[in-house]
Design a protein around this ligand. Structure first.
Ligand SMILES: [Fe+2]
Ligand SMILES: [Fe+2]
Length: 136
């Protein structure tokens, strides 16, 4: 059973960004499955890499759309993205130099699941009215 579930109340009003968020939540649930032992630990390095890659991709799309919608909170939002990107890249680098076990991924999972749900529900949600107006 997935630990974190995407629900309608997480919708930011743009289908492409909602589906990015769903994919990110899917990756986090996969990380949880590895930690719980229901998925093989061998998938861990690839998954950590995919989390970094997909987060970078998603942030870039989201930033581009916020710019197009002339979202006034862009600068603050960019700072939040930069901060998270830095943290997960540094986690991945640490992980690459000293490949860990599933237990070592627990802090990453806890940090990311907390950060991601809070970021979607609070910060991403603030651009919603601007994006919806744009696509109307
Ligand atoms: Fe965001
Ligand atoms: Fe987002």
């Amino acid at each position: 059973m997935p630990l974190i579930e995407w629900t309608d109340r997480m919708s930011v009003g743009v289908e492409a960004l909602d589906s990015d968020h769903q994919r990110l939540i899917g990756l986090l649930n996969q990380l949880d499955a590895i930690i719980q032992g229901t998925e093989s630990e061998a998938a861990l390095p690839g998954l950590v890499h995919e989390l970094v890659r997909y987060t970078t991709y998603h942030f870039a799309s989201e930033e581009r759309m916020m710019r197009l919608a002339r979202y006034p909170g862009l600068d603050e939002h960019l700072r939040a993205h930069t901060d998270l990107r830095r943290r997960i890249v540094s986690f991945e680098q640490k992980f690459l130099t000293a490949p860990g076990t599933a237990a070592d991924a627990v802090p990453l999972f806890e940090f990311l699941s907390e950060w991601l749900t809070r970021h979607i529900l609070q910060e991403d949600m603030r651009y919603r009215p601007y994006m919806v107006k744009e696509s109307a």
